[in-house]
Ligand binder design. Sequence first.
Ligand code: AMP
Length: 213
Amino acid sequence: MNVVLLGAPGAGKGTQAKVAAEQLGLVHLATGDLFRDNLKRATPLGQQAKHYMDKGLLVPDEITVNMTRQRMEELAGARGFIFDGFPRTLEQAKALDSLMSDLGQRIDRVVYIKVSPEALMERLSMRWICRQCQAPYHEKSNPPKVAGKCDHCGGELYQRDDDRPETVRKRLDVYFAQTAPLIEYYQKQGVLREVDGEAPIEAVTRGLLAALE
Ligand code: AMP
């Protein structure tokens, strides 16, 4: 089974993808995590991506699709993928359809995690992420058990540079202009399901798993 999680930055895609991937035995493929990993290792790809990420802009489609294709090839043999943060443009969605069809597979389900713009702003500015395992936390609604430490792996928690308010606003504008049209794209394919992303985390997980049954 191959799944796309669709939703704005801060909708909870990362949190939910992690749980769903574990429960369903799928590989969690998050393009934002791949870019950040390249940034950390100062690879040429990371240097290219940094320019866009710092401004809250999307990395060009060609670079993003090539990176995703390469990662999928490295993970050949996986039972299926849960894509988080990809696709983010119509071009990427079409490229993913063709990558899938080359593998004799398809995107079986797209789950749109719906959250209002006001809630997204609030969430992103209070988000903390684990440096080691990327698990996300929220200062108020999902704090770690020990301040500054990841519950899962004990890693250090940090605030992403692009979670600063000016960049957050830009990222949300980019989402509504370039990514939101994918809702209609997948609706037309008949694979879209919607869950209320403002419900408690466990309820969103239940909704997501039900949508994937
Ligand atoms: P995320 O962690 O998904 O919020 O991604 C962080 C940043 O990485 C984004 O603001 C973009 O600059 C870049 N990025 C991640 N995924 C994509 C994508 N599918 N297409 C273009 N840029 C991306």
